[in-house]
Structure formats: structure tokens, C-alpha cells
Design a protein around this ligand. Structure first.
Ligand SMILES: NC(=O)c1ccc[n+]([C@@H]2O[C@H](COP(=O)([O-])OP(=O)(O)OC[C@H]3O[C@@H](n4cnc5c(N)ncnc54)[C@H](O)[C@@H]3O)[C@@H](O)[C@H]2O)c1
Length: 257
């Protein structure tokens, strides 16, 4: 059974790999044997990640692209397919956070939708169609507990945090059903589409918030960079070959109570 979890001979694109969760995900996928392409707008920052992973004898390559620009998505796909052939896996991890609170501007909302809604759909359209032609593939969308439930304002009382942006709750919620849409569309071609919904990542937030958030989970803590990799490897690998259209919360039990 164990070899089915391996990502050897899997070419995988991970977006947003220099971010908070992305760096840990890049390390996990590379360690599982993937030929990994990491891509976001800042290719220089990503090259540093690729160099670190290459020094550990992993196969990691950095590419620049803008998920808010269809031409850039198509160009990335052309470059990758010329070099590696159709991908085996795609992880939609990038997120743009232009809206800073409930009163954010319409322009910020529209910037968010360009990347997080339209761009996300185009990633499925362009990369998913090549996987469908190849007759195999796995797409994993990184969602959030904030796509499953509304804001818990009480966690933030007495801190400087807590003015949450509506766009995030909208596009992370939409991601769940977009996952089911593409799972149904590409299922007949053996392309699977699933979602992982992490809980809050510990990032030196105010102590009061960390304590309240941790108590709200069943495992008593926030997420760290090691928490998502196992579930992601599982969904990308052949070990999950009969799983599609699901949302798997990786949240220490936060949304289960
Ligand atoms: N941080 C958390 O607590 C948390 C909790 C639950 C879910 N998540 C989800 O996990 C994923 C990663 O979150 P994070 O906190 O590591 O994010 P982050 O903000 O640290 O990183 C986001 C990445 O997306 C990239 N990006 C932004 N706009 C882009 C564009 N137009 N084109 C290409 N790339 C672009 C950025 O360059 C960056 O590398 C996101 O989908 C997020 O919603 C995060």
C-alpha cells in the first residue's frame, strides 16, 4: 500500500509557495518525491525556495505568473507542458488579500475576485483540461474554515484584530462548490478535484486570540507548517484514487464543534 502514497513520477504545480502555508507544502511535496513547480508573482522569492530545496536534492523549479491574468496562466501552462508534459497535480494555494476589513472598497473586492474567483476558475479550466486529455490528474484547492463558517468575532474581542473582509468568506465558500463542479466535469476523465480547508495558522497573533482560538479547537492549538502536508500528499497521490469532490477540514476539530 505504501508506494501508492509516493509522489515519485508526479509533476505537480503548487501556487503561492513562498507564503505562510506554501513554504511547508513545498517541502512536503518535494520530500514525497514530486517534481515540483512552484509559481507566484514573485519569481525571485520563489527561486530562493527552489534553491533551498535543490540543496536538499529535491526537484523544485520556480516560475513567475499572475493568477489575475488569463494570458499569464496560459503562458505558464505552455512553458510547463513543453518542459514536463501535462501535469499530474495542481495545488491552488495562492490567495490575494486586498480587502482589509468589512468596509474595504469595491475596487479591492474586484481585485480579489479577479484573482481568487476568476483566476481560480481559469486554473481549473486551463490545467484541468490538459489533465482530462491525459486521462488522469488531481487538483487540490486550499480553502479555509472561513469558507465553511461565518466570522467568530468573539475570538478577537480586546485585540487589534477582527475586522474581517467579506471577500474572503465569499470566495473561500465558492471554492467549495467550484471543487464539486470541476470534480463532476472532469470525473469521467479520471481527474479528481478536492478541497483542503485549514484552520488558523499560528503567526504570532495576539496571545488572547491564540488562546481563544486554540481552546475552540479539539486539539488545543493552532496549525503549523507541518499540519497540511500529509493530507495534501494523500489527495495528490494514488492512495486517494477513489476520492473526489470532497472538502477535508484540517483544522484540529475547529469546525466539528
Ligand atoms: N494563513 C492562515 O491562517 C490560513 C488559514 C486557512 C486557510 N489558508 C489558506 O491557505 C492558503 C495559503 O495561505 P497563506 O496564509 O500561506 O497565504 P499568504 O498570503 O502567506 O501567501 C499567498 C501566496 O499567494 C500568492 N499570490 C497572491 N496573488 C497572486 C497572484 N495574482 N498570482 C499568483 N500568486 C499570487 C502570493 O505571492 C503568496 O505567495 C490560502 O489559500 C489561504 O486562504 C490560510
Amino acid at each position: 500500500m505504501l508506494p501508492t502514497f509516493s509522489l515519485q513520477n508526479h509533476t505537480i504545480l503548487l501556487t503561492g509557495a513562498a507564503g505562510l502555508f506554501g513554504r511547508g507544502l513545498a517541502a512536503s511535496l518535494a520530500e514525497a518525491g514530486a517534481t515540483l513547480i512552484i509559481a507566484s508573482r514573485n519569481a525571485d522569492k520563489l527561486q530562493a525556495v527552489a534553491d533551498e530545496e535543490t540543496a536538499r536534492r529535491h526537484k523544485v523549479f520556480a516560475e513567475g505568473f499572475d493568477q489575475g491574468d488569463e494570458a499569464s496562466i496560459i503562458a505558464l501552462k505552455a512553458r510547463l507542458e513543453e518542459r514536463f508534459g501535462p501535469l499530474h497535480g495542481l495545488v491552488n494555494n495562492s490567495v490575494l488579500r486586498p480587502m482589509k476589513g468589512a468596509q474595504g472598497t469595491v475596487e479591492q473586492w474586484e481585485d480579489s475576485m479577479r484573482v481568487n474567483a476568476t483566476g481560480l476558475m481559469l486554473m481549473h479550466r486551463h490545467f484541468g483540461s490538459s489533465m482530462a486529455e491525459a486521462g488522469r490528474g488531481s487538483i487540490v484547492n486550499i480553502g479555509s474554515i472561513q469558507g465553511m463558517i461565518g466570522p467568530s468575532y468573539e475570538l478577537y474581542a480586546g485585540t487589534t484584530m477582527g475586522d474581517m473582509p467579506p471577500d474572503y468568506f465569499f470566495h473561500k465558500g465558492g471554492m467549495l462548490n467550484l471543487t464539486r463542479f470541476y470534480a463532476a466535469l472532469y470525473g469521467p476523465k479520471s481527474v479528481r478535484v478536492n478541497c483542503l480547508s485549514p484552520g488558523g495558522f499560528f503567526n504570532n497573533q495576539p496571545e488572547l486570540f491564540v488562546q481563544r482560538f486554540s481552546e475552540h479547537t479539539m486539539l488545543g492549538r493552532m496549525a503549523d507548517e507541518n499540519d497540511l502536508g500529509g493530507a495534501l500528499i494523500f489527495l495528490l497521490s494514488n492512495a486517494s484514487v477513489y476520492i473526489t469532490g470532497v472538502n477535508l477540514p484540517v483544522d484540529g476539530g475547529y469546525t466539528a464543534k
